[in-house]
Design a binder for this molecule. Structure first.
Ligand code: DX5
Ligand code: ZN
Length: 215
C-alpha cells in the first residue's frame, strides 16, 4: 500500500483547520507541506509559522518540502515548527551532503528533491544517506499541473538504484498525481504519493484519499 501525502497547498487557507481535521480523519499518512520562497520557484507559499499551526492539529507525519534557496538558513526553524521530514532540492544545494547532515543532526528525517530535468544518476552518491527522494513530476512552484510522463522511466531508474544498493529509501512522487495515473506510478516503483488538487478539488476528498490508499 502506498503512503498517501496530501499537499495542503491546494487547501482553502481560510479553512485550514477543517482541512487538517479532514486529513486526520482520512486514510492520509503524511501531511505534505510545500514551502516556496519566490526565488527558487516563481511562487511564494507559507513558512514555519503556518507549519507550527498545522503541527498542532495532527500527530501524522509532517513532510516539509522546501522549494527555497539556502535551506540551511531555515532548517532549524522548520525543526522547531515541528517538521518530521525535511526535504531540500538538489538544485538549490551547493553542499548537499552538509545540508543532509544538518537535517539529520537536528533530529529530522532527510529528503532530497529533484526537478524534472535533473538526472537520477546525480543521486548515486547521496541516496544512501537519506530517507526519501522527492521526485518532481511537474516543475515545482504550483499545484494543479499536468504529470510529466518521462517521470515513469526515472522512477524505474531510481528503484533499480535503490535495489542494487539494498536501500529502503522512500520514493515520493510530487505533482500531477491523479486516480488515473497513480497505479502506473506505483508499478514503476514509487511508494509515496503526494496529491494536491486530486484531493482538495474533489467533491469527496476522504473518498479520493481512500482510493489512492487502496491502490
Ligand atoms: C509543486 C508542489 C506539489 C504540489 C502538488 O511545486 O511541490 O506538492 O502542490 O500539487 P498537485 O498534486 O496539484 O500537482
Ligand atoms: Zn511538494
Amino acid at each position: 500500500m502506498p503512503i498517501i501525502a496530501p499537499s495542503l497547498l491546494s487547501a482553502n487557507f481560510l479553512q485550514l483547520e477543517s482541512a487538517c481535521k479532514m486529513l486526520n480523519e482520512s486514510n492520509a499518512d503524511w501531511f505534505h507541506l510545500d514551502i516556496m520562497d519566490g526565488r527558487f520557484v516563481p511562487n511564494i507559499s507559507f513558512g514555519p509559522m503556518i507549519v507550527e499551526f498545522i503541527r498542532k492539529t495532527t500527530t501524522k507525519v509532517c513532510d516539509v518540502h522546501l522549494m527555497i534557496e539556502e535551506p540551511e538558513k531555515y532548517a532549524e526553524q522548520f525543526k522547531n515548527a515541528g517538521a518530521d521530514i525535511l526535504t531540500v532540492h538538489i538544485e538549490a544545494c551547493k553542499h548537499l551532503h552538509r545540508n543532509i547532515q544538518q537535517i539529520k543532526g537536528l533530529g529530522m528525517k532527510s529528503g532530497v528533491a529533484i526537478n524534472p530535468h535533473t538526472s537520477v544518476s546525480l543521486l548515486e552518491n547521496i541516496v544512501q544517506d537519506i530517507d526519501l527522494v522527492c521526485m518532481m513530476s511537474v516543475n515545482p512552484g504550483f499545484g494543479g499541473q499536468k504529470f510529466i510522463p518521462q517521470t515513469i522511466e526515472k522512477i524505474k531508474q531510481l528503484r533499480k538504484m535503490c535495489n542494487d544498493k539494498g536501500l529502503q529509501t522512500h520514493i515520493e512522487i510530487d505533482g500531477g498525481v491523479t486516480l488515473e495515473n497513480a497505479q502506473s506510478i506505483i508499478a514503476a516503483g514509487a511508494d509515496v504519493l503526494v496529491a494536491g488538487n486530486t484531493v482538495f478539488k474533489a467533491v469527496n476528498p476522504v473518498e479520493v484519499i481512500a482510493k489512492l490508499k487502496g491502490l
